[in-house]
Ligand binder design. Structure first.
Ligand SMILES: [Zn+2]
Length: 288
C-alpha cells in the first residue's frame, strides 16, 4: 500500500449518528468529548472511577489482545496482561456485575442488576488462549468481533502501520469459543475504514461478512463492530439494511436507552497510563 493510501486516523469521522445534519467542526469537538470529562474515563483500568457511572446505563468494555506483549509492538495499549484481565473480571464480579447474552442485554433498558458487556475485536488467538479460562472462572460471557476473510490468518490490516502480526483464531478455535458459551459478531470481511470505501464496497464488507460467519458457524450474526470505530450515517444505514440489530463504536461512554443501538459506546480496557497513545484517543486528547 502506498503511503498516501493509508488513511489518517485524525480524518476519521466521529460516530455521532444522532445528528440529522453533518456537524460543524465546533459541534464535533463538543460531541466527541467523553461524558465524564475526566482524564481517567477515556479508557478503563479498574472499576473504582467508574463504579457509579456504570450503574447509570450499559457499559461495554473493549479488548483486543491478552497476554504477553511481543517485542516491537507499536500499539501497546491493545495488550492487556493476563493478571490485569483477571483483576478486572474479579472486580466486576465482586461488584455484582453480570454479562447477559447480547440478545437479552440489547437494546439497552433500565435494569436492576448492574450489567456490563465484554467485547473483543478482531478474533486474536491470544484472547482465546488467555481469556477463555478466566472468563470461565469468573462466569462471564464475551463477544468476539471477527474479520470474516481473515479467520485463521493474521492482522494484515495493521501491517502498513508497522505493527507486529498476531495469529487470528481459525474455525476450530472459534467453535471452541462458541462452545464455551461466548458469542461472535461481524467486524467486516477485511477490516477497512468503511467511510473510505465506495457504497458498493462498504455494503459488501458489511453484508458478506455476516453471511460468511452465519454459514460457517451456523448461528445468527446480529451484532456489528466498526473497524477503527470509523462510521458515518451512510455506513450506519448499510448496517441497518443488512439486518444487524446493533453496532459498536470506539467512542467512550455508557449507553442509555436514549442512545442509538447503531452507535454503542465502549471503554477501551487497558493498563493504567497517562500517556494516551492509542490512535483512537489521540484526536480526543488534542481537543482538551
Ligand atoms: Zn478491529
Amino acid at each position: 500500500m502506498r503511503r498516501e493510501e493509508v488513511p489518517k486516523f485524525n480524518d476519521r469521522k466521529t460516530c455521532n449518528l444522532q445528528l440529522a445534519t453533518p456537524p460543524s467542526n465546533s459541534q464535533l469537538s463538543t460531541f466527541s468529548l467523553p461524558r465524564y470529562n475526566n482524564p481517567v474515563s477515556t479508557y478503563y483500568h479498574s472499576l473504582a472511577p467508574f463504579r457509579e457511572l456504570f450503574r447509570t446505563g450499559m457499559p461495554v468494555l473493549m479488548y483486543h489482545k491478552l497476554g504477553p506483549r511481543p517485542r516491537g509492538v507499536r500499539l501497546k495499549g491493545l495488550y492487556v496482561a493476563e493478571k490485569l484481565f483477571a483483576r478486572q473480571l474479579a472486580e466486576l464480579r465482586d461488584a455484582g456485575f453480570v454479562t447477559p447474552p447480547l440478545d437479552q442485554a440489547l437494546p439497552v433498558t433500565k435494569r436492576s442488576a448492574p450489567t456490563v458487556l465484554l467485547t473483543f475485536d478482531d478474533g486474536f488467538v491470544n484472547a482465546l488462549r488467555y481469556g477463555l479460562p478466566l472468563l470461565d472462572e469468573f462466569k462471564f460471557r464475551a463477544v468476539q468481533f471477527l474479520v470474516a476473510d481473515r479467520i485463521g490468518g493474521i492482522n494484515e490490516w495493521d501491517r502498513p502501520k508497522g505493527e507486529v502480526m498476531e495469529p487470528l483464531m481459525d474455525d476450530a478455535q472459534i467453535r471452541d469459543w462458541l462452545a464455551a458459551g461466548h458469542e461472535i459478531g461481524s467486524h467486516t470481511c477485511t477490516h477497512p475504514f468503511l467511510t473510505q470505501l465506495s457504497p458498493a464496497q462498504a455494503r459488501e464488507e458489511i453484508t458478506a461478512s455476516r453471511k460468511k460467519l452465519e454459514d460457517k458457524f451456523g448461528r445468527p450474526v446480529e451484532h456489528f463492530c466498526y473497524p477503527y470505530g470509523d462510521c458515518n450515517e451512510a455506513v450506519r444505514d448499510l448496517i441497518v439494511a443488512a439486518g444487524y440489530k446493533t453496532a459498536f463504536t470506539t467512542e467512550a461512554g455508557v449507553n442509555t436507552p436514549a442512545d442509538s443501538p447503531f452507535a454503542l459506546k465502549r471503554y477501551m480496557a487497558r493498563y493504567p497510563s497517562r500517556n494516551l497513545k492509542s490512535f483512537w484517543t489521540q484526536p480526543r486528547a488534542r481537543m482538551r
